[in-house]
Design a protein around this ligand. Sequence first.
Ligand SMILES: Nc1ncnc2c1ncn2[C@@H]1O[C@H](COP(=O)(O)OP(=O)(O)O)[C@@H](O)[C@H]1O
Ligand SMILES: [Mg+2]
Length: 256
Amino acid sequence: MSIPNQSKISAQHVNVWYGAKQAIADVSLDFGQDHVTALIGPSGCGKSTFLRTLNRMNDTIAGAKVEGDITLDGENIYSPDMDVVQLRARVGMVFQKPNPFPKSIFENVAYGPRIHGLAANKPQLAEIVEKSLRRAGLWDEVKDRLTESGTALSGGQQQRLCIARAIAVDPEVILMDEPCSALDPIATAKIEELIHELKGRYAIVIVTHNMQQAARVSQRTAFFHLGTLVEYGATSDIFTNPRQERTKDYITGRYG
Ligand SMILES: Nc1ncnc2c1ncn2[C@@H]1O[C@H](COP(=O)(O)OP(=O)(O)O)[C@@H](O)[C@H]1O
Ligand SMILES: [Mg+2]
């Protein structure tokens, strides 16, 4: 199921197994450059598993096997020639639980650009750190405490720090796996606002079990159930006029 648009990432006939258990079955989905795409569906339906196929994070899980074709700008990301470290910079990820490094706020953001050689000198590195923190909506809150530990920030600030860290290496795509589920409503609203601001600059794919959130932040929604893609379309259509009975049951809260 694909919607014609400028697709940044294209996943075709993706299957994922954990040992003998199949978690994703024949999922095909295209992600547009200018869109926020929400992945929704009941717990255990394979949202995180599918998201992880998009930057090969399942490679890090013993026993996980991925089949199918996934391309980033037409390039097969599972090709043996693909530099996985580079790929994960191009396709960054933000996790459910904010996971800043136990390092200073500055270092959390500077680490990636440094290992990827994106700054020629210290002032340039400082510039990237500031730009990334500004873009993540965190600069004003942390500019006077850059040497403090990232882990000393509030949960919502930590999550924005993790977004700044992802942004710092100049990604093309940002994957977010329930980025607000550990946050309070105010911190959640800030992240949602941030997603709006980042839209267009990065292709964004967000897993959420909060349907109001999917409706608020995304332009495309994909509904997963039992490892399959049931329906994909414009978010407004999915929530107001779903074509599939299973989608309707889910969005009306009949199961979850
Ligand atoms: N590391 C893993 N090892 C084995 N099974 C897993 C692993 N991660 C997820 N699964 C299984 O794969 C299925 C999909 O899980 P997941 O992708 O986490 O779903 P969701 O994110 O939609 O809640 C579930 O049945 C889950 O138990
Ligand atoms: Mg999940």
